[in-house]
Design a protein around this ligand. Sequence first.
Ligand SMILES: Nc1ncnc2c1ncn2[C@@H]1O[C@H](COP(=O)(O)OP(=O)(O)OP(=O)(O)O)[C@@H](O)[C@H]1O
Ligand SMILES: [Mg+2]
Length: 244
Amino acid sequence: MPFLSRISLAPLSGANYGHQIPSLNRGLQLELKSNVTFFVGENGSGKSTLLEGIAEQCGFNLRGGNRNHNMNTGWRFEGYESELAKYLQLSWTPRRITEGFFMRAESFFNFASYIDEMAMNDSRLLRAYGGRLLHKQSHGESFLSLFNNQFESGIYILDEPEAALSPARIMAFMSIIYELERSGRAQFLIATHSPMLICYPGAIVYCLEDDGVRETSYDDTEHFSLTRAFLNNPGLYLHHLTDR
Ligand SMILES: Nc1ncnc2c1ncn2[C@@H]1O[C@H](COP(=O)(O)OP(=O)(O)OP(=O)(O)O)[C@@H](O)[C@H]1O
Ligand SMILES: [Mg+2]
């Protein structure tokens, strides 16, 4: 049973940009029935806006990080606060939890710098990361290192984690998700364009569309079907796209 069991968003109004996002502006009721929930949808459909609102309601740093990182660094500042948070209500079972992490693809670099700074003065922490500063590892290596060494229980809100990962590492990441979520101690909310990641067994897939947010299955998404059709016959698509 997921910790975060329902997300309610009131209809949006006012001067913020949220009321211009068709998938979200009429409000939402999303049941989170699985420990792993994916949000898919076209570029600009509102996935990051929704995740940021949820992350803020969870108390996470909107530039990426957890509660402690939020308190220690004072990273949060005016202008980074979510437009949506005040319209959101989260329901928890059996109680609200505070452990966890929010990661946006763009801010991983900043977060890695912060962890490295702490690790330089703390050999235990450095050992936990395999003895190598995150910045001395590649984007994908440092991302997986973070998951392997830091993440245990809590709620993990990740915006396009695939940005860091090769196809093989996406599969490795899926097995890490499995190890964490089958213990019943971790829940994942992930915005993604990866047709591989959304195949994760038992996950709920929500698609942000012009008339709201719809529950779907991985093989019903355009991400999956268009990628599969393209890979089955790249020449056909490229001929139409480039006339070559
Ligand atoms: N700070 C902002 N101010 C005004 N409009 C914004 C702001 N951030 C996002 N938008 C707009 O809100 C809409 C939703 O953006 P959002 O980043 O949530 O989309 P997304 O689904 O995450 O897209 P992508 O797949 O490209 O990451 C877009 O039309 C975007 O231009
Ligand atoms: Mg986004």
